[in-house]
Design a protein around this ligand. Structure first.
Ligand code: NDP
Length: 259
């Protein structure tokens, strides 16, 4: 099936990395459903940008941590388009307060796990069931699920343990779903970004500027939402074949071990 007839859902597609991914997929020809917690009015400019490339695209207000919202989100996509070919689990949050793990609070842990891990895990479960049904009509169709994790899946930061654990969890979720969905030909992948310019990192801009200047990265610049968008596009279009379960690292060499 031509990409022009395919539909991709990008959670948290209203800004930052998610918008970079949505634009990359829209440019490739996908019709987009993007979601976020903010109102439709507040997401309008992002939707307009996506619609420049893919005019039928929609925004749905939905909190991925909420089961009822997730169900409504998929219902809206089904009503609008009748199909879903790609899921990108991108929506995520950093802790409201970076706190030492000796003191960090349980509320923060619960919020991070609900948003960054449990929400995407069960959204994947629901989407996978739909994708399997959809394949009944066309077994050769290309379908993909992409999880946006973080280098925090493996790099320990003791001032945001909740975030690191949520990202380590989503890395395992990728492996689990890749193993479970392989028999249906559905590829499941993890994209693991490093330090990327977005609202999430705006508050630690000066800190990372200094680290980058000091040689933290092999590629001496901030990553951009476009860098991550291009990686997801390769996976969503099926150009990276025979690679289900793959981890695509987009971190400018941050996690490359050196001696
Ligand atoms: P931003 O804070 O800039 O954007 C987050 C996006 O997710 C927004 O669109 C937001 O929309 C949405 N979102 C947040 N919570 C929810 C929710 N509960 N339900 C639905 N949508 C939600 O973050 P980034 O773009 O930087 O991050 C995107 C992903 O990339 C995250 O998973 C993050 O952990 C990961 N990442 C980021 C890195 C970075 O350096 N920036 C590095 C590595 C990984 P709204 O506010 O309307 O809900």
């Amino acid at each position: 099936m031509a990409i022009e007839n395919k539909v991709a859902l990008v959670t948290g597609g209203s800004r930052g990395i998610g918008l970079g991914i949505a634009l990359a997929l829209a440019e490739a020809g996908f019709t987009l459903a993007i979601c976020g917690r903010r109102s439709r009015e507040k997401a309008q400019s992002a939707l307009d940008a996506v619609r420049l490339h893919s005019e039928r695209s929609i925004y749905v207000q939905a909190n991925v941590a909420d089961g009822a919202d997730r169900a409504d989100l998929l219902l809206t996509i089904e009503e609008q388009f009748g199909r879903l070919d790609v899921l990108v689990n991108n929506a995520g949050i950093a802790p409201r307060l970076r706190a030492d793990i000796l003191e960090a609070r349980e509320e923060s842990f619960d919020e991070l796990i609900a948003t960054n891990l449990k929400g995407p895990y069960f959204l994947t479960q629901a989407v996978a069931a739909w994708m399997i049904r959809q394949r009944g009509d066309d077994a050769r169709t290309q379908q993909a699920i992409v999880n946006i994790s973080s280098i925090s899946a493996t790099v320990a930061s003791v001032n945001r343990g909740d975030y690191c654990i949520s990202k380590a969890g989503i890395a395992m979720a990728t492996r689990l779903w890749a193993a479970r969905l392989a028999e249906y030909g559905i590829g499941v992948y993890e994209v693991r970004p490093g330090i990327i310019e977005s609202d999430m990192t705006a508050g630690v801009r000066a800190k990372y500027d200094a680290l980058i200047e000091g040689g933290l990265l092999l590629e001496k610049r901030w990553g951009t939402p476009q860098d991550v968008g291009r990686a997801v596009r390769v996976l969503a279009t099926g150009e990276l074949s025979y690679a289900t379960g793959a981890v695509v690292v987009v971190d400018g060499g941050l996690t490359l071990e050196r001696l």
